[in-house]
Design a protein around this ligand. Structure first.
Ligand code: DAH
Length: 383
């Protein structure tokens, strides 16, 4: 009869490997132990297998500690039990345990260098399957591109197709053909950057109408999205570049009622079905009559009063008026038709133009126009 060897500390769940590749004499050692001491043979077999089965250096450390650890390792504990055994048993067990200890240490060292070689091979190919994956970086459209897309969809549904015209524009297209007389004060609001006296950065997207009309005969239904420039003093609500969309509808018998219907559809789409609007007469050289469309203030709902915990105060968004100007519009001026070769006696038309930054600022409560151009992802990723 042999005394039991404590297997305590060898986790039965540890996966086994094949020690034969690590220790050529494994089978021989096992047979030797088997004839000497069945218990020792079982300990050696299991120990060799869990060392061979360690998948990485950390697992190998853990298993080595359980088997060969100087204080709580299985071998150390078994050696500590020897003094209680009869003399011949003590001798045989003592010799066997020392052999098991040496052979397991050899297998452990062999497995360790095998793991190291595998890691080096992985590093050499640049492929480390143990690294966590990289999350793909998903971008999104700029908030202004989103709003532009929304508006183009809306107008596309009403029969408008897109016309793009140059950002670097000829002076007559930006001004003269749009009925801005030379030296007229209306040009003051459109101070811009000149490339040459006749070539400038466009101040609005309205020059697109002239190009579209010169290209083809009426009827015509177009929208004109794009970037525009003005020599503005830059502050929280003014930039020297921003974005607009103009719309143009030319046919026989187009009326102001058609314009109102179109603008009402736009306002409902962008500001919600219940939005209140009004048209206020305003001068623009290229339309007659000209108007601005206002919508009821998005903050105070049109009352002009903001209710705060501290009491009532004048609404900061509409400055107490209850209304916000959102676009310019009007019936195309006969002089513009003449400038493009259309007969003002035969055709009529309406046009409108709006700023995209303003729509975004009102919709999302953005207080600072410069944010749209800074490309700060902390801002852009909110939309
Ligand atoms: N182009 C004008 C501007 O930028 C806005 C505008 C007003 C456009 C009236 C229009 C319009 O189409 O009919 O200030």
């Amino acid at each position: 009869m042999h005394a039991a060897v404590p297997h305590l500390g060898i986790d039965p769940a540890w996966e086994a490997g094949d020690p034969a590749g690590l220790a050529p004499e494994h089978a021989q050692h096992l047979a030797e132990l088997e004839s000497l001491d069945h218990e020792l043979a079982a300990l050696y077999r299991r120990g060799a297998e869990v060392l061979a089965g360690a998948a990485n250096p950390a697992a190998l450390d853990q298993r080595r500690a359980a088997l060969l650890g100087r204080e709580r390792g299985v071998i150390t504990l078994a050696l500590g039990d020897l003094p209680g055994l009869p003399l011949d048993e003590r001798k045989r067990r003592g010799r066997g345990l020392n052999q098991v200890k040496r052979w397991l240490a050899e297998i452990e060292a062999a497995r360790r260098s095998q793991l190291e070689r595998e890691a080096e091979a992985r590093a050499a190919t640049g492929l480390d399957l143990t690294l966590p994956g990289r999350r793909p970086w998903v971008g999104r459209r700029h908030v202004l591109a989103q709003i532009q897309g929304e508006l183009l969809d809306l107008f596309h549904g009403m029969g408008y197709s897109v016309y793009t015209s140059p950002e670097v524009e000829l002076e007559p297209y930006n001004f003269t053909k749009l009925n801005f007389p030379t030296d007229h004060p209306a040009r003051d609001a459109h101070d811009t950057y000149f490339v040459r006296p006749e070539v400038l950065l466009r101040t609005h997207t309205s020059p697109g109408w002239v190009r579209a009309m010169e290209e083809r005969k009426p009827p015509l239904r177009r929208v004109f999205p794009g970037r525009v420039y003005r020599a503005e003093h830059v502050d929280a609500t003014h930039m020297d570049q921003f974005h607009q969309i103009d719309g143009l509808f030319v046919d026989r018998d187009v009326s102001l009622a058609d314009l109102k219907g179109t603008l009402a559809a736009f306002a409902r789409e962008i500001y919600g079905a219940k939005i209140r609007t009004r048209l206020v007469p305003v001068y623009f050289p290229f339309v007659e009559p000209g108007a601005q469309m206002d919508v009821a203030c998005v903050l105070c709902g049109g009352t002009g009063i903001e209710h705060t915990p501290a009491g009532e105060k004048r609404c900061v968004v509409c400055k107490g008026t209850g209304w916000l100007e959102v676009l310019g519009a009007g019936m195309v001026h006969p002089n513009v038709f003449s400038a493009v070769g259309y007969d003002p006696e035969e055709v009529t038309g309406f046009a409108f133009g709006m700023g995209l930054e303003r729509i975004a600022m009102l919709r999302y409560g953005v207080p600072e126009i410069r944010l749209f151009l800074e490309n700060d992802l902390r801002f852009l990723s909110q939309f």
